[in-house]
Design a protein around this ligand. Structure first.
Ligand SMILES: *Cc1c(COP(=O)(O)O)cnc(C)c1O
Length: 432
């Protein structure tokens, strides 16, 4: 067992300041038990905690750090930008530069608006879809996370097509009454929703690579079906690419699956580790946003020059030839070693992968495409699995519903080392 006395003390103190001792709930280790680790430093593929323990990191700050921690160009660019001040509330060159890099290299975006988080990006994208179509209802899918805006904190009720039931106290019922919640990967449900609410649905929002509730891989066929249904019904298709954007390719899932959404949302990788979000669309749709159009949206720190320069420094490195191919290949090699061990021991476990994203599913279902296919009881295995990893220098997000991320700085040697520990952790979880 590694010593975590300092983290324990810091966590005890933090509980005096913050609800649950944290500023975002999953960090509190509630689902795995034990003390959250206070991280003092990250470099390359590693993070260090307050007790000086070193971990090979697969959380990557929940996705943003595709180049690993403390990337030299991102760091140097931030330092250079910050010499001239941190915020002006006026247009800056850095906003143009990051926008140009994205728009020139993403076939589905003509104009963008920068915000400061993924939540803000999605909130604004839905307002835009509603403003553009002059309709109020929209469809979201059970198992997709889109940030913590009121009307998005919903789960499905009973029945195929249902209005959302709020998943958080403090959300008025009337706020979620326009949110239609459907199961993923279910064409019938989408058809029924459009026929029940003819000419009332502003759009469909989906994580094209659902990666916040396990990794619920959809198919190109299903995404194309959504595209066709939106077209047939005058609704907009919104791809929430806050995780998948710049992760499964520079053009994200839209580029990977070759399906054109009407609006895209970004966060995480786009800010190079600083708080940035964005939404983008065709010039026509974006002209609905203020000050050009009637859909209001603003932000004191939007397009912050320091954050913009970090984003540009990170994204410019993702343009290197073969970047995504190498990252995928490396991840596939890693996942293959895990699958080999699982097959040999005949564990009821599957490892799903897309690009540099992976998820260990504690069930032997060959495909897990909808939230209801995940058995909550299977998450019990994750607890001992997770603590074995932590005790052996591997850092995963502290929940079995979270995916892992391989970054460009993970070497094959490090991935082989991690695979060995992960296989041991599976043995521990299954008492072999
Ligand atoms: C993380 C995430 C969000 C929310 O982004 P925040 O920056 O945490 O507000 C929204 N949608 C998806 C798909 C995400 O992964």
């Amino acid at each position: 067992m590694v010593s975590t006395t300092q983290s324990e003390n810091l966590y005890k103190e933090a509980r005096n300041y913050f609800p649950g001792g944290v500023n975002s709930p999953v960090r509190a280790f509630r689902s795995v038990g034990g003390t959250p680790l206070f991280i003092t430093k990250g470099d390359g593929a590693y993070v260090w905690d307050a007790d000086g323990n070193k971990y090979l990191d697969f959380c990557a700050s929940w996705g943003p750090l595709i180049l690993g921690h403390n990337n030299a160009l991102v760091r140097e660019t931030v330092i250079e930008t910050i010499q001239n001040g941190t915020s002006f509330g006026a247009p800056t060159i850095q906003e143009n530069e990051l926008a140009q890099l994205i728009i020139n290299n993403h076939r589905f975006i003509e104009k963008l608006r920068f915000v400061s988080s993924g939540t803000e990006a999605v909130m604004s994208a839905i307002r835009l879809a509603r403003g553009y179509t002059k309709r109020d209802k929209y469809i979201k899918f059970e198992g997709c996370y889109h940030g913590h805006a009121d009307h998005l904190l919903v789960k499905a009720g009973s029945g195929l097509v249902t209005f959302g039931e709020s998943t958080s106290a403090g959300v008025p019922k009337s706020f979620v009454d326009e949110t239609i919640v459907l199961p993923l990967y279910n064409e019938q449900a989408v058809l029924e929703a459009f026929s029940m609410f003819k000419d009332q649905i502003a759009g469909i929002i989906i994580e094209p690579v659902p990666a916040n509730n396990g990794l619920l891989l959809q198919t190109r066929k299903f995404l194309k079906f959504l595209r066709a249904q939106c077209d047939a019904n005058g609704a907009l298709l919104i791809f929430d690419e806050v995780i998948s954007g710049f992760r499964v390719g520079f053009e994200g899932a839209a580029g990977l699956y070759r399906v054109k959404p009407d609006i895209l949302t970004f966060g995480k990788i786009i800010g190079g580790g600083l708080p940035v979000g964005a939404y983008g669309a065709s010039a026509t749709i974006m002209s609905t946003v203020s000050p050009e159009g009637p859909v209001y949206q603003a932000g004191t720190l939007s397009g912050n020059p320091v954050a913009m320069s970090a984003g540009k420094a990170q994204l410019s490195q993702l343009m290197a030839p073969g970047f995504y191919r190498n990252l995928s290949k490396k991840t596939a090699h890693f996942v293959r070693s895990l699958r080999k061990h699982i097959a040999m021991r005949q564990y009821p476990v599957r490892v799903f992968q897309i690009g540099s994203v992976f998820w260990i599913s504690f069930s032997d279902l060959e495909h897990v495409r909808a939230a209801a296919q995940i058995d909550a009881a299977s998450m019990l295995y994750f607890k001992s699995f997770f603590h074995h990893l932590i005790n052996n220098g591997i850092y995963f997000g502290p929940s079995g519903y979270e995916v892992g991320f391989v970054s460009s700085v993970h070497t094959l040697e490090e991935l082989d080392f991690a695979a060995g520990i992960i296989c041991d952790a599976l043995d521990v979880a299954f008492h072999k």
